[in-house]
Write a protein that binds this ligand. Sequence first.
Ligand code: FO1
Length: 306
Amino acid sequence: MITVLCGGVGAARLLDVLRRTVEPSELVGIVNTGDDLVLHGLRICPDLDTITYTLSGLNNEVTGWGLAGETWRVMDELGALGGHDWFRLGDRDLATHMYRTQRLSDGATLSEVTAELGARLGCPIRLLPATEDPVATVLRSDSLGELSFQEYFVGHRHAVEVSGVEFRGASTARPAPGVLEALEAAERIVIAPSNPVVSIGPILAVAGIRAVLERRRDDVVAISPLIGGRALKGPADRLLVELGGEASAAGVAAQYASVAGTLVIDAADAEQAPEVERLGMACEVTSTMLSEPAGAAGVTQAVLGG
Ligand code: FO1
């Protein structure tokens, strides 16, 4: 079994690559819920949905979220009424949030609903929310005060300098059923190339999860989300710097040195391998562009090898 700590797009791409070599039934995703929000009375889980949709071959490649072939009638009508249309929910995607919200109010757990959606949509990999308890990523900015993750990421297009981040609720949140077992039973634990601060951070903050990785550090492989010190998508590089870290392979290593024995970095950052090793991590250098054959093969080898 290979258990993968997952954010959104980067994790979905990694799982979509790994599933070509590893039996999907041998893969488990532990997924961030710190991006989740309730809007229009609906419970929305962006990272769980991005991974479910991508692995089901249904992801909307144009927007990067929601379902392919999306229409936007409801959002357009809502906007015309003067409603909240800043967080774009496609007509097909809305059905997922309506289904999830109804099932949760029936008393089903988020894990159960995630499994039902995965079965209905054709996701071949078991996905578990990191926790069933509320955890909200909150960002603080000097100019705008506190922002929920989606206010920051979508509302302000993450074009805001951040002075602090908090995973509200994480210290009392319990790992979802099966999470600790999946981490203990895994031959390999992988930290996906997701945002170390706001995607992987909330998972590691859930009571008990970090401790398992620290204990199993030799079996943990982290994949840097930076290439040439830059994030392919999203604010990972800026957030690292704004929160006192470094937008570099060494900066990512500093985030993960206590929980991962190996860091996989892109060839563009190869000159930083000695710095990563000085932090006590083994360093594998390969292309990490998962959309290219060399990257897919190199990262798969780094995850499975050794
Ligand atoms: N990202 C945006 O940039 N703009 C949006 O309007 C937007 C809507 C949206 C709706 C459902 C959903 O599951 C994701 C959505 N996202 C949107 C992406 C979302 O912000 C994710 O949390 C990010 O991809 C970071 O993981």
